[in-house]
Ligand binder design. Sequence first.
Ligand code: E4P
Length: 214
Amino acid sequence: MKLFLDTANIEQIRQAWDWGILDGVTTNPFHIANTGRKAMDVYQEILDIVDGPISLECVTLTAPEIVEEGRALAKLHKNVVVKVPLMKEGLKAVKIFAKEGIKTNVTVTFSPLQALLAAKCGATYISPFVGRLDAAGHFGMELVKQIKTIYTNYGFETQLLAAAMRHPTHVLESALAGADVCTMAFDIMEQMYKHPMTDIVIEQFLNDWARVPK
Ligand code: E4P
């Protein structure tokens, strides 16, 4: 499973890239707004750091506008993935992008039927928002499993990108469900390294080594 960071925080992206386990980045308007910087400046910096798929989100609502916006974003770098919201106009644009060889990440997905439509239009990635479904009283991970089944049933090539992770267990469940990608906050990625038993056993071994004659 590929691991993406869901952030526009440059320092966090640099750190995770340095760890050697980062495969890509997803951004959204919330993350960009939090930087307090111009979007294009932030995009360029992320593209310079990470050699992997970088999702940049469209903020227009009609297919012609989304196509224009997406084409401009795609021109920034070969690694750009145009993030398009799941709606009729968005999927019309996705179909055009697919014909032009522009990669897309269809976002704000909350149902398996929406994911079926996105795949039919040639989406490169589909992003189900697991944590937001959990917060609304649903079993968000069920959506990931259902999309996986549908895509497997019909051999769709659209990659399942589990999004809106809220804790490491979401990442674990995504991996068990066969998600192709999981995008997460920096703290969740960092927690994946950790286990209290690991710390205890490392300390024990270091103490053992101290007893070895030098
Ligand atoms: C994914 O690509 C989105 O940017 C992100 O995961 C949205 O989730 P959240 O805003 O609920 O965290």
